[in-house]
Design a protein around this ligand. Structure first.
Ligand code: PMP
Ligand code: GLU
Length: 397
């Protein structure tokens, strides 16, 4: 028997990636499945971004290691981006480029946490936070945000969970899986509370550019100098520029923390792939029309899709303000079709309705499913028709 470390044994596979892999396998076997599982844009990476990578390769710019923190022009472009969009000033040594935002978060938790340190995670949460905290020896303190409260928490609720071991809080706005966005006022209250108690704010802003119907996401770091000092921003090019496969993310903030993340990169990854860094540079520096076009497309799809979801018997939904997910309470639908749990219901949906969504367990809310609307309107309509037919058939059986 091969020995597996206790550290890794407690980590579960990613349900978003696992469900999406399962669907790909079934599709390869010829099953006609509509996948509303993984969170990635269905757009192609814009041509000028792809061309920049090809050019970097042709010009022999990427044959060697880059600095562990990323190439200087890209770090500068990230600084400029946050200056332009959020009015924030950072120095180059406050930025690290990473293999996706996922790796930025992984490395940040490694740097921040000692054994037993607590991290506040607001549920429903993106599936990887809890696992990454555990891998760093930390303890997840889960604080549930209910649909009735727009899936958001107040400072009073946070305060109830604060202990002398609280080191950080993870704030993801716009949120995966709910699409909720914290307002400026709400963020200011949370930011001031974090400053008062010296709690690091991990601000995951990966969906910042995907806000709909007049909603806006502000960076918590922009709300005061004190809050900025307390915040590490996590972002990346995956969602904004349809670049999930390129694996470029970044972190911005306190230079000691970023410096330690760079030390860790020295010994773990060396550097993010060169061609991807040049592509990300072109993305941040190039024209941004693509981003607005994609945003408008998702806004339109949401307007089309949301009323359809609302009309499914046993589904309860809250209209998201951003990202590209709807987090639906489907416990009643599961019960009325004879399933013990929502996770069994989701499996049956894949097998019988031929529609795949991600069961809510991995997000800390087992009575829900996450539905990605990164498909065209026709496919989304067809998905709802299939779900309705499935529920009707099962209810009669
Ligand atoms: N944060 C959130 C909230 C996410 O949904 C994701 C998933 N893509 C990430 C971080 C990581 O993104 P990536 O590693 O592709 O930059
Ligand atoms: N973040 C995306 C999602 O939630 C991509 C998959 C993953 O990294 O978990 O589906």
């Amino acid at each position: 028997m091969v020995k597996i470390s206790k550290r890794i044994a407690q980590v579960a596979e990613s349900p978003t990636l696992a469900t999406s892999a399962k669907v790909k396998e079934l599709k390869a076997q010829g099953h006609d499945i509509i996948s509303l599982t993984v969170g990635e844009p269905d757009f192609e990476t814009p041509k000028q971004i792809r061309d920049a990578a090809i050019e970097a390769i042709s010009q022999n710019k990427v044959n060697h290691y880059t600095p562990a923190a990323g190439i200087l022009p890209l770090r500068q472009a990230i600084v400029d981006y946050y200056q332009k969009y959020e009015g924030l000033d950072y120095q180059i040594n406050q930025v690290i480029v990473t293999e996706g935002a996922k790796n930025a978060l992984y490395s940040l938790f490694q740097v921040l946490l000692d054994e037993g340190d607590e991290v506040m995670i607001l549920a429903p949460y993106w599936v990887s936070y809890t696992e990454q905290v555990k891998l760093a020896g930390g303890v997840n303190v889960i604080i549930e945000a209910e649909m009735e409260n727009q899936f958001k928490v107040t400072v009073d609720e946070l305060e109830k969970h604060r202990t002398d071991k609280t080191v950080a809080i993870v704030l993801n706005s716009p949120n995966n899986p709910t699409g909720s966005i914290y307002s400026k006022e709400e963020l200011t209250a949370i930011g001031n509370w974090a400053v008062e108690h010296d709690i690091v704010i991990v601000a995951d802003e990966i969906y910042a550019k995907l806000c709909y119907n007049g909603n806006e996401a502000v960076s918590i770091a922009s709300l005061s100098e004190e809050i900025k000092k307390q915040t590490i921003i996590i972002n990346g090019v995956s969602k904004t520029y349809a670049m999930t496969g390129w694996r470029i993310g970044y972190a911005l903030g306190n230079k000691e923390v970023i410096g330690k993340m760079i030390d860790l990169a020295n010994h773990s990854t060396s550097n993010p792939a060169g061609p991807s860094q040049y592509a990300a540079l072109a993305a941040l520096e190039g024209e941004q029309d693509f981003v607005e076009k994609m945003r408008q497309t998702y806004e339109k799809r949401l307007s089309h899709f949301f009323p359809l979801l609302e009309s499914i018997p046993g589904f309860r939904v809250l209209k998201p303000q951003g990202a590209f997910y709807v987090f639906a309470h489907v416990k009643e639908a599961a019960e009325q079709t004879g399933y013990q749990s929502v996770s069994d219901f989701s499996l049956a949906m894949i097998e019988e309705a031929k529609v795949a969504v991600v069961s809510g367990d991995g997000f800390g809310f087992p009575d829900y499913v996450r539905i990605s609307y990164t498909q065209d309107e026709e496919t989304l309509t067809e998905a709802v028709n299939r779900i309705k037919a499935f529920i009707e058939k099962k209810t009669k059986e």
